[in-house]
Design a protein around this ligand. Structure first.
Ligand SMILES: Cc1cc2nc3c(=O)[nH]c(=O)nc-3n(C[C@H](O)[C@H](O)[C@H](O)COP(=O)(O)O)c2cc1C
Length: 287
């Protein structure tokens, strides 16, 4: 008994395996993609097998699989072979239901933009238009399609080069960068679950760029390592914020009342780790 359910995808059918994969690799951003066929007919569809994979050159990828229903490539894929350009939009909560409408496997040539009653804006560097009301719009050109298999469910990995990034002014911070607290975007989870990114659901965690900014596990005072009050997460935040006089820690006597000290430190975590350390050092030194 390991406490884990372990699954070998090779022993399962596509229908059996798919819910495990999409329920496990979460949250996934959603690329809502406009494309155009050679007659100029428009298409819009969402893809959550999606991400950014290179900053310079700026390269994104998404993966329209070979349809499990028809065994055929998706319209987005076929359109990219005819007009190798697209616009990728990040989906706001306000358009979640409209996005959901555009996932229907309509006949090729059916314009999901019209079906969902969406407004378009002209693009600058590509022929497919942009969807109005989306906070982020990325005009891109096809770099490569990598087939990951031929059977239904096999991803056809589409790599695209970013030509233009459009950001709604309403989502910008004071420096002109996108502010996640203003974007209200959604991400796909398993089954029909989604996550909504709001100021209440996100947190800020600066990267310790320099190893000297962090404390190593063995440098933690023993009472903290063995604390029954500070959680694994609390201790993680203490490790990530090395106190200025860290070398003192190993020389200090154990605190007289670790339980109440840990309670007081916990009240300052996760956001005020530096103050939690200051409290620790002050109480132990003046005990
Ligand atoms: C949120 C969401 C994410 C999706 N992600 C994918 C995906 O990553 N790959 C895929 O093949 N289909 C995905 N689908 C299903 C496609 O959107 C659907 O097959 C659509 O009809 C494809 O459109 P097209 O044939 O016009 O390209 C997703 C559906 C939804 C609602």
């Amino acid at each position: 008994m390991t406490g884990y359910k372990t699954i070998d995808p090779a022993t399962l059918s596509l229908a059996e395996w798919h819910p495990y994969l999409i329920g496990s690799v979460i949250p996934r951003p959603i690329a809502w993609v406009t494309t155009m066929d050679k007659e100029g007919r428009l298409n819009l569809a969402p893809f959550s097998y999606f991400g950014a994979f290179s900053s310079k050159p700026p390269v994104l990828a998404f993966s329209p699989s070979t349809s499990a229903r028809t065994g055929m490539p998706k319209d987005t894929h076929l359109n990219l072979l005819e007009v190798p350009e697209c616009v990728i939009h990040i989906v706001p909560y306000s358009l979640a239901a409209r996005m959901n409408i555009t996932t229907g496997e309509y006949e090729r040539g059916v314009n999901e933009i019209e079906q969902a009653g969406l407004e378009i804006l002209p693009s600058v560097a590509v022929r497919p238009p942009r969807i109005a009301g989306t906070p982020v719009q990325i005009e891109a050109s096809l770099r490569q399609i990598i087939p990951l298999g031929e059977t239904p469910g096999a991803g056809q990995l589409v790599l695209v080069d970013v030509l233009r990034l459009h950001l709604a002014e309403s989502i910008l911070d004071a420096k002109g960068y996108p502010d996640p607290r203003k974007m209200d975007v959604i991400a796909r989870l398993g089954a029909f679950w989604y996550a909504r990114v709001t100021s209440e659901s996100i947190f800020w965690m600066k990267q310790p760029r320099n190893p000297s900014e962090v404390l190593a596990w063995h440098e933690l005072p023993r009472d903290i390592r063995e604390s029954r009050i500070l959680s694994a997460s609390d201790i993680g935040h203490l490790l990530a914020h090395r106190p200025a006089d860290a070398e003192l820690l190993s020389k200090l006597p154990p605190p007289a009342n670790p339980q109440s000290l840990h309670q007081d430190m916990k009240a300052l975590l996760p956001d005020r780790a530096a103050e939690a350390w200051a409290l620790y050092l002050q109480r132990v030194q003046f005990a």
